[in-house]
Design a protein around this ligand. Structure first.
Ligand code: ADP
Ligand code: MG
Length: 668
C-alpha cells in the first residue's frame, strides 16, 4: 500500500464514492492528505447541557436513556426518547425518520451523544444528534477535521479516507533545507500532514498549517526568482532634456515620484530589459514619471511607444505630451485605428526611419504595418485593461524592449510577491500635496432627492458632475437604469442645465467633441456609462453619481470615483444602491465608504474576490495554493520571499548539497 494508490484503496470506498472524491480533485491517497480541512470540530472537552449557550448550543457527552414516547408530527407519529446527561439535566431526542432507535436506545442504557440542542421554556431538545457506543467513536476527547464536501459525501467518509491515507504515509524526506526547520521552528512534513488533519491542539494545527503554507510559498517564490534575470544596477543620471523638463514644471516631483523615476532610470540604463509595474492611485502622477523616463530613453537613442486602452485616453495623453515634450524637441506622433490614408503612411514611415521619438496610441500600435527603427521602451497605461497577449504583441515590436506597465488599480504587495514575482514594482504611495479627500455617500435608491439638491448647489457654484449608469438603453433587464432614459429624466430634475449623453457606441469624434465642451464648461454634466472610467481629467467636475453601484466591482468604483477630486475643490461621490444586495456587494460599498486609499481598496478586493479572480488567472495551476492563503497571512508571504531571495542570492543554481531538496521539490 502506498500514498500514490487510488482513493478506492480506502476500505468501504467504491467506484461510486470515488467519483465524488474526484469532483473535489482527490484521486489518490496523497491528494487526500494534501486536502486541508476547512476547519475543526473541537470535541476535546465533554460538553454537557449545562455548558451550552446561545453562541454554542452543542453538546458532546454521556447520556442515559430514561423513557420512550411518541409525539404527533407532520409525518404521523414520531419517536421521542427522553434522556439525561451526567449532571442530571433532561433532554428529548426527536427521532425523525429514525424509528429503529427505539430498539437500540433501551431504557437504562448509556451512550455518547454529539448534538446541537434547542432550548424552549427551559427544556432541551434536539433533532440533530449522533449516538455512539464509546467516547472514542463519538470523537469526544479529540479535534476532528471538517472538510469541504461534494454531493453525497459526508464528513464521516472524508474522515475515514484521511485517517486511512495518513496511516499509509511513511516518513517523508525533508522538503526544506535542514537549517530552515530550526530557524523558523517548522515541523517535519510527515508530522505536519498528520497534525493538519488530526491535531492534538488547535495550536498544533496552526503550526502544521504554517509549515505547509511556508513550504508552498517558498517554492513558489524560488521558482519565480530563478526565472527572473538579475539586473545589474548602476547609478543613473537624468539626461539634459529631463532636467530642462523638470525645471519647466510649475511644481516639484513628490519624493515617491522621484524614487520611482530613479528606479526606472536605473533599469533603462542596465543591460537586461526592464519589466516593471508602476503603481499609484488615480491622479498620483504616474504619467509624468512615464514622460520623464521616456525622455531619458530617447536621449540615449531609443524610440518609445506609449499605449493607452481607449482612443479617448490616448488622445488626452497625446495632447498632454505635446504640451510638455514638444517644447524640449521630442518628436511625437499619435496613432490609432482611425488614423488612415496618407497621414498614416507618413507616420509609419517616420517611425520606421526613426524620425519619430515617441508614439502614443491605442492597441493599433501593434498592428502588423507598424515598424520601428529602434523601439527600446514600451509604456502601457492602465495595464489591467490589456491582455497578456496584447502586451506581448507590443513588446515584439522591438528587440526585447523595456516595458513599464502602469496601473491605478494597485496590486496588494502580497499578491505582487506571489503571482507577479517576476515583475519589479515601483509604487507611488503619496499624492501630490493639496488634494482634498473625496467625500463618499451611500444613497438608498428611494431617497435620492437630497442628493439631487446637493448637486444643484454645486452647479450654482459653477462646478460640474458625472452621472454613471450601468446600461446604454432599456433593452433586456428592465430594473436597471440606463443612460438613455436617465438622460431625459435628469433634464426634468435639472431644468435648463446643459448636459450630454456619452457612451461607448458613439463615434470617437463625437466623444471627443463632447468632452471638449465639458472641459470648456459649455456642458455642465455628463450622463455616461463606464466609458468615463479610465483616466479622464476634468478639474472642475466635483460630483459623481454612480447608480446601481452594487453592480460595479471595487476596482471600477474606485476608478470612477477618481474622476472627481482632481483639483483643490472639495468633491463628492454618491453611490446609489437598491434592495436585496448580496453580501459581497454590501462589503464593496462599505469599503468605498470607508476609504479612498487605492491600496486599501485593492487589499479588500483581494479579500472579497480572492487572488485567482484578481489576476484573471483562475485556472492556472501555479495559483493553486493548497495551504497558504495570501490574504490570511501576508507575513508568511513576506517571510517566504525573504528566504527565497537569500537562497537565490547565495546559490542561484541550487547546487549546494543543503539545497538539493529544493531542487528536487521544484523538479529541476
Ligand atoms: P495618474 O496618471 O497617476 O492618474 P496624472 O499623471 O494624471 O496621474 O496626474 C494627475 C495630475 O497631477 C496631473 O494634472 C499632473 O500634472 C499633476 N501632478 C503630477 N505630479 C505632480 C506633483 N508632483 N505635484 C503637483 N501636481 C502633480
Ligand atoms: Mg493615468
Amino acid at each position: 500500500m502506498n500514498v500514490t494508490d487510488r482513493i478506492t484503496a480506502v476500505p468501504g470506498i467504491g467506484a461510486k464514492t470515488a467519483q465524488e472524491f474526484e469532483r473535489l480533485g482527490i484521486h489518490t491517497l496523497m491528494d487526500m492528505i494534501l486536502s486541508a480541512p476547512r476547519g475543526y470540530d473541537d470535541r476535546r472537552d465533554e460538553r454537557t447541557l449545562r455548558d451550552t449557550s446561545q453562541e454554542d448550543p452543542t453538546i458532546s457527552c454521556r447520556i442515559t436513556v430514561l423513557s420512550h414516547s411518541e409525539f404527533p408530527s407532520k409525518r404521523g407519529r414520531t419517536l421521542k426518547v427522553s434522556v439525561e446527561d451526567d449532571d442530571g439535566t433532561p433532554l428529548e431526542l426527536l427521532c425523525f425518520n429514525r424509528p429503529f432507535l427505539k430498539g437500540q436506545l433501551r431504557i437504562g442504557t448509556s451512550w455518547y451523544i454529539v448534538a446541537t440542542v434547542q432550548r424552549y421554556k427551559g427544556r432541551y431538545s434536539t433533532a440533530s444528534f449522533e449516538i455512539k457506543r464509546t467516547k472514542e467513536e463519538a470523537g469526544i476527547g479529540s479535534i476532528l477535521p471538517v472538510y469541504p464536501l461534494s454531493g453525497e459525501l459526508t464528513e464521516k467518509t472524508m474522515r475515514k479516507a484521511s485517517a486511512f491515507a495518513l496511516s499509509v504515509l511513511s516518513p517523508l524526506p525533508d522538503e526544506l533545507p535542514y537549517a530552515l526547520y530550526d530557524r523558523l521552528s517548522l515541523m517535519h512534513h510527515c508530522d505536519a500532514y498528520k497534525a493538519i488533519h488530526y491535531p492534538k491542539t488547535l495550536e498544533e494545527a496552526a503550526e502544521a498549517k504554517k509549515t505547509l503554507a511556508f513550504t508552498e510559498l517558498l517554492l513558489l517564490e524560488l521558482k519565480a526568482l530563478r526565472d527572473k534575470k538579475p539586473i545589474e544596477k548602476r547609478k543613473s543620471k537624468p539626461s539634459k532634456r529631463e532636467i530642462t523638463l523638470l525645471k519647466s514644471l510649475p511644481f516639484q516631483l513628490t519624493p515617491d515620484q522621484e524614487r520611482c523615476l530613479e528606479e526606472i532610470r536605473e533599469d533603462l540604463d542596465a543591460e537586461n530589459a526592464m519589466s516593471r509595474l508602476l503603481q499609484g492611485d488615480v491622479g498620483s502622477g504616474k504619467t509624468l514619471v512615464a514622460w520623464l523616463s521616456a525622455v531619458h530613453m530617447i536621449d540615449s537613442g531609443g524610440q518609445v511607444a506609449f499605449m493607452a486602452p481607449t482612443e479617448l485616453l490616448a488622445r488626452q495623453h497625446a495632447e498632454g505630451a505635446a504640451e510638455l515634450l514638444s517644447p524640449i524637441g521630442i518628436r511625437i506622433a499619435f496613432l490609432t485605428g482611425n488614423v488612415k490614408g496618407e497621414g498614416r503612411k507618413l507616420l509609419l514611415k517616420s517611425l520606421k526611419d526613426g524620425d519619430t521619438d515617441l508614439v502614443i496610441g491605442t492597441h493599433a500600435l501593434f498592428s502588423e504595418d507598424v515598424e520601428f527603427r529602434n523601439l527600446k521602451y514600451a509604456i502601457i497605461d492602465e495595464q489591467h485593461r490589456f491582455g497578456v497577449q496584447q502586451r506581448d504583441a507590443l513588446r515584439r515590436k522591438g528587440i526585447n524592449p523595456n516595458v513599464l506597465s502602469m496601473s491605478a488599480t494597485p496590486i496588494p504587495r502580497t499578491l505582487a510577491l506571489t503571482f507577479f514575482a517576476d515583475l519589479d514594482v515601483s509604487t507611488i504611495r503619496t499624492m501630490p500635496s493639496g488634494r482634498i479627500p473625496i467625500k463618499t455617500y451611500l444613497v438608498k435608491e428611494d431617497s435620492r432627492e437630497k442628493m439631487f439638491s446637493a448637486i444643484n448647489v454645486e452647479f450654482m457654484r459653477g462646478h460640474q458632475a458625472y452621472f454613471v449608469y450601468p446600461r446604454i438603453d432599456d433593452e433586456g433587464e428592465s430594473d436597471l437604469k440606463d443612460v438613455t432614459t436617465m438622460y431625459e429624466k435628469l433634464k426634468d430634475i435639472f431644468p435648463g442645465v446643459p448636459s450630454a449623453l456619452i457612451h461607448s457606441k458613439l463615434p470617437e469624434e463625437e466623444k471627443m467633441s463632447i468632452l471638449r465642451s465639458f472641459r470648456e464648461k459649455r456642458i455642465k454634466y455628463l450622463v455616461a456609462t463606464s466609458v468615463v472610467e479610465v483616466g479622464i481629467d476634468i478639474p472642475d467636475a466635483t460630483c459623481i453619481v454612480i447608480e446601481h453601484a452594487d453592480r460595479f466591482g471595487l476596482a471600477a468604483l474606485h476608478q470612477l470615483r477618481g474622476r472627481v477630486g482632481r483639483s483643490t475643490l472639495p468633491s463628492y461621490c454618491f453611490l446609489v444602491f437598491g434592495k436585496n444586495l448580496s453580501e459581497d456587494a454590501k462589503a464593496r460599498l462599505r469599503v468605498m465608504h470607508e476609504t479612498t486609499d487605492g491600496f486599501r481598496i485593492a487589499e479588500k478586493d483581494l479579500e472579497i474576490r480572492g487572488p485567482g479572480e484578481m489576476t484573471g488567472d483562475k485556472q492556472s495551476g501555479f495559483l493553486k495554493l493548497r495551504f497558504a492563503s495570501i490574504t490570511e497571512s501576508p507575513e508568511l508571504v513576506e517571510k517566504a520571499r525573504e528566504e527565497a531571495e537569500r537562497i537565490i542570492k547565495e546559490d542561484r543554481g541550487l547546487i549546494k548539497a543543503e539545497n538539493a531538496v529544493l531542487r528536487n521539490a521544484l523538479r529541476i
